[in-house]
Write a protein that binds this ligand. Structure first.
Ligand code: ADP
Ligand code: MG
Length: 306
């Protein structure tokens, strides 16, 4: 594992996603990365789509839900903490309309409505792909394969149905489906937008999807599933950040820490074997939780260098 690959990733890509299981350190790594980039001269926006105010807590200041907020006295750093519960995007409104249209045709039990919050979060990703204001956009939480699949389903239906409608207008009339040129055109526009963002996510020249995990069983399994799911969409996970590794120098004969570290060693070996093709980097467990510029910079130096 070469030392500077992590740095190369964040310096060469514009859109940086940090995903993983809850509590593994996604917000920490996203904030660390954004801070490092801003310190190194990049105009950086950090976007969180987490209903909690974790970004505000980590930077120790209010960060807006709708207005991009300048962070600290840093010239280059600003943030947005979108509340997906409140962010009713165009995408969501359209999808809901679309689902309604189909359920009157086929009965609602045929279609499961994708998770509202996931849609809202995805809507945000989509709109930021059009960003021209910043050098870097760092996302706290990456879309999962599950999100992408759920979101693609209405479009599969819409493609199928709009074709049916176009080809056999009489049939659709006989079925009692009101043919609506505008609705079909809208669906096609949204489909194009969805396709563009999947393309953006899978475009390795602009995007890097990074997953955070702990050297523990459950995060490893979740990581394996996420990698597989995302690859189904042509999205390759660029790096793994293995967080909270107990530093060897603190063991000092303490049986509890030694046992804990031995467990981590077992999982570190498993991670190395199972994810050998993906760039990996360990972050040590600190003697404190992570918040404020000083600690973020300390973690950043460890991850990306001076
Ligand atoms: N390397 C670390 N050492 C010590 N504490 C950490 C480390 N990484 C994360 N934490 C702490 O773990 C908690 C969870 O991290 P967070 O980034 O909020 O996780 P997530 O966003 O994945 O839910 C936070 O309190 C954070 O300060
Ligand atoms: Mg978080």
């Amino acid at each position: 594992m070469k030392e500077n690959i992590m740095r190369e990733i964040i310096e060469t890509k514009k859109f940086l996603f940090y995903g993983g299981k809850g509590g593994v350190g996604k917000t920490t790594m996203a904030a660390t990365t954004a801070t490092w980039l801003a310190d190194h001269g990049y105009k950086t926006l950090i976007v969180a789509t987490d209903p909690t105010i974790s970004l505000s807590a980590i930077y120790g200041q209010h960060i807006g839900e709708t207005e991009i907020t300048k962070i600290g006295t840093e010239r280059n750093l600003c943030g947005l903490n979108i509340n997906p519960k409140k962010a009713m995007g165009v995408f969501q409104t359209r999808l809901e309309g679309m689902m309604q249209g189909f359920s009157t045709m086929f009965g609602s039990e045929l279609l499961s409505t994708p998770c509202t919050e996931e849609i809202a979060a995805f809507d945000q990703f989509v709109s930021f792909f059009e960003d021209t204001e910043h050098d870097k956009v760092v996302f706290d939480t990456a879309p999962t394969g599950h999100t992408l699949r759920e979101l693609s389903m209405p479009f599969d239906w819409s493609g199928y149905i709009s074709k049916q409608i176009k080809n056999r207008r009489e049939l659709s009339e006989a079925l009692g489906f009101v043919y609506d040129e505008q609705m079909v055109a809208d669906l096609e526009l949204e489909k194009a937008r969805y396709d563009r963002s999947i393309k953006g996510l899978s475009d390795t020249s602009i995007s890097a999807v990074n997953l955070v995990l702990l050297p523990e069983k459950l995060p490893i399994e979740e990581t394996a599933r996420a990698i597989e799911d995302l690859s189904g969409f042509g999205i390759n996970v660029r790096s793994l950040i293995i967080n909270e590794v107990i530093p060897k120098e603190v063991l000092q004969g303490n049986w509890f820490l030694e046992r804990r570290r031995a467990t981590q060693d077992k999982y570190l070996k498993e991670i190395e074997e199972r994810f050998s093709s993906i760039t990996r980097k360990e972050v040590p467990l600190l003697d404190t939780d992570v918040y404020g510029m000083d600690i973020l910079r300390r973690v950043g130096r460890g991850l990306y260098g001076e």
